[in-house]
Design a protein around this ligand. Structure first.
Ligand SMILES: [Zn+2]
Length: 263
């Protein structure tokens, strides 16, 4: 059964060789579990299973996911999220606080992220809409020009003139859904290193059951981005769609599709 359990190097480094080997030997294997990503049942004796270590400021909790949903990894979360959200299976002793992943490309601005289902090509697609709270200057520049869209286009996002096509994939980018919640948008690490968070949720973002189901079915999320002031907070998906169409018509929308992390 140990062959069915994945323990990544990151997870091993956090929990230690002894605990990792115990897991792989099947001593602490979970048997059946609720997948921390899609929330449906899994069984570590029947299917490949990823160990996912949630690390808060003071404690860490080991959870399990279908390997087809997310790879084995360490996910950093706020302590209260950890206490509240995870149905604990095994908790490890006090973990040292670890450095956070690099901050988003935005210097001062915060990236606002909204989730919604968007109808494209006759199908509802899980989508994320990213809009900064302030103009984004090019790193190192002292100009005031908003370079948010040009910076993303350099990363592989493409301008959208109408929201009626599934956008092309952005190579190396992915969306991390864990514990049934949205944790991060990952971009390729520099020099081919492991992915880093382009955006990381301060608190994991709740998504609807419909959004999660659609994402787990297609394993793909459409990510739209628009400069500050383009979309705003839209309380309903039809209004979000209207705002996207308007930003597209104004030449203020870029998009790309991304797999769920690890798939
Ligand atoms: Zn799953």
């Amino acid at each position: 059964m140990s062959r069915m359990l994945d323990v990544s190097e990151d997870v091993r480094a956090e929990i230690g060789d002894e605990e990792a080997d115990r897991l792989l030997a099947g001593e602490n294997a979970p048997g059946s579990y609720d997948c921390t990503s899609c929330r449906t049942p899994g069984d570590s004796e029947q299917e490949r299973t990823s160990t996912v270590l949630f690390v808060g400021e003071e404690t860490a909790v080991l959870a399990f996911a279908h390997a087809s949903c997310i790879p084995s990894q360490v996910v950093r979360v706020a302590e209260d999220q950890l206490q509240g959200a995870v149905r604990s299976i095994t908790s490890t002793e006090q973990q040292q606080p670890q450095p956070q992943p690099p901050a988003p490309a935005a210097d001062q601005a915060v990236l606002g992220v909204t989730s919604g289902l968007v109808l494209v090509e006759g199908e509802l697609h899980p989508a994320l809409v990213v809009e900064p709270t302030a103009p984004i200057a090019r790193p190192g520049s002292d100009g005031f020009a908003d370079e948010f869209l040009p910076l993303l286009i350099e990363q592989g996002f493409l301008p959208v003139s109408q929201v009626n096509q599934v956008p092309s994939p952005v190579a190396g980018w992915s969306v991390l859904l864990a514990m049934g919640q949205l944790h991060a948008i990952l971009q390729p690490g520099t020099g081919g290193g492991s992915p880093v968070a382009w955006w990381q949720a301060h608190q994991p973002l709740q998504v609807t059951d419909g959004w999660r189901a659609a994402a787990n079915k297609s394993h793909t999320v459409l990510v739209f981005a628009a400069p500050v002031g383009s979309i705003g907070q839209q309380p309903r998906e039809d209004l979000l769609r209207d705002a996207l169409e308007k930003a597209a018509a104004d030449g203020r929308l870029v998009a790309g599709s991304m797999p769920l992390a690890g798939t």
